[in-house]
Design a protein around this ligand. Structure first.
Ligand SMILES: Nc1nc2c(c(=O)[nH]1)N(C=O)[C@@H](CNc1ccc(C(=O)N[C@@H](CCC(=O)O)C(=O)O)cc1)CN2
Ligand SMILES: Nc1ncnc2c1ncn2[C@@H]1O[C@H](COP(=O)(O)OP(=O)(O)OP(=O)(O)O)[C@@H](O)[C@H]1O
Length: 242
C-alpha cells in the first residue's frame, strides 16, 4: 500500500477521518458521487483492456494469496462472490474453499440492490442472472436463500471492488449493495461468536490500490486488499490472526 502522510490514518467504525469534509451538504455529496463515477469509469476502462490470459494469471495468484491469509485458513464460513467480466477472478478460489470444506456464501442481488445470500454448491449450482433491465449480468447460486442477515455468519467477507485507498475506503460498482451489507455487520456484533466481526478483504488488481479515493458518509472501510502481487493490510484496521 502506498501511503501519503495525510491519509495514513488508522481506520475504525464509520467513515474514515477526513471524510466529514466531503459530506457537509447535499451539493458536496453530489460532487463526491460524481467523482466516484469518473474514477469508476477510468478503472473499468483499464480492466476492459486486459486480455483473458492476463486475467487468468491474475486469478491464479490472487487465489493463492487469499488462501494463504491466516484468517481464511481459520475460517469456517467465507462470504465471497462470483467474478464476472474482468473482475479479478474468483472461480478457482471458490472451488478450493469448497474443497477444503469451508462453507461459502454467495450474494444474490435483490430488487432494491440489497444482498441476499445463498450457499455455493459447485459450479453447476450457479445460474446466469440479469438485473437492472439486462445492464447487470451476474452468476448467482440457484439454491435456497438464507436471507440478508446470513452475512453475519461469515468469518471472512471477500468483497468485489474497483479500488481501495490507504484508509480502507473501497470503491464498488455503484449499487451500494456491499455498503448496506457492511452497515448491517457493523450494526451487529459480527454474529460469529467473535466480538469484532469478520475480516473484510477486497480483491483487486495492483494498480487499483490508491492513496485516496472519494468517500461518502455511507462508505464502510475494509481491513485489507488482496492483489495478485500482494496483501495490503490497512494500518491499524485489524491485527492479523494466526
Ligand atoms: N461479481 C460481482 N457480484 C456482485 C457484485 C459485484 O460487484 N460483482 N455486487 C456488488 O455490489 C453485487 C451486485 N451489484 C452490482 C451493482 C452494479 C453492477 C453494475 O454492473 N453496474 C454497472 C453500472 C450501473 C449503473 O450505472 O447504474 C456497471 O458496473 O457498469 C453490478 C453489480 C452482488 N454481486
Ligand atoms: N446503508 C445503506 N442503505 C441504503 N442505501 C445505501 C447504503 N449505503 C449506500 N447506499 C446507497 O447506494 C448508492 C451507491 O453507493 P456507492 O456509490 O458508495 O456504491 P459502491 O460502494 O460503489 O457500491 P457497492 O457497495 O455495491 O460495491 C448510493 O446512492 C447510496 O446512497
Amino acid at each position: 500500500m502506498r501511503h501519503s502522510p495525510e491519509s495514513d490514518a488508522p481506520i475504525g467504525d464509520g467513515p474514515p477521518e477526513g471524510a466529514g469534509s466531503l459530506v457537509t451538504d447535499g451539493a458536496e455529496e453530489g460532487a463526491t458521487a460524481e467523482r466516484k463515477r469518473e474514477v469508476r469509469r477510468d478503472l473499468q476502462a483499464v480492466r476492459a483492456a486486459m486480455t483473458a490470459e492476463e486475467a487468468l494469471e491474475a486469478a491464479e495468484s490472487l487465489a493463492e494469496r487469499v488462501l494463504s491469509l491466516p484468517e481464511v485458513a481459520a475460517a469456517r464460513t467465507v462470504a465471497a462472490y462470483v467474478a464476472v467480466g474482468r473482475e479479478p477472478g474468483t472461480r478457482l478460489l471458490l472451488e478450493e474453499l469448497r474443497r477444503r470444506g469451508v462453507r461459502v456464501l454467495l450474494p444474490v442481488l435483490l430488487p432494491d440492490d440489497d444482498l441476499d445470500w445463498a450457499l455455493y454448491e459447485g459450479r453447476e449450482s450457479l445460474r446466469e442472472t440479469e438485473h437492472g433491465n439486462g445492464r447487470i449480468r451476474l452468476f448467482e447460486p440457484a439454491g435456497g436463500s438464507l436471507g440478508p442477515d446470513a452475512v453475519h455468519e461469515a468469518d471472512v467477507v471477500l468483497l468485489p471492488g474497483l479500488a481501495v485507498d490507504s484508509r480502507g475506503v473501497r470503491l464498488g460498482r455503484g449499487g451500494g449493495s456491499y455498503d448496506r451489507a457492511l452497515a448491517r455487520l457493523i450494526a451487529g456484533d459480527g454474529g460469529n461468536g467473535s466480538d469484532r466481526g469478520p475480516l473484510l478483504a477486497v480483491l483487486l488488481y495492483g494498480h487499483e490500490v490508491m492513496d485516496e479515493l472519494p468517500c461518502e458518509a455511507h462508505d464502510r472501510p475494509v481491513h485489507l486488499a488482496v492483489t495478485p502481487e500482494g496483501v495490503h493490510r490497512i494500518t491499524g484496521a485489524r491485527p492479523a490472526t494466526g
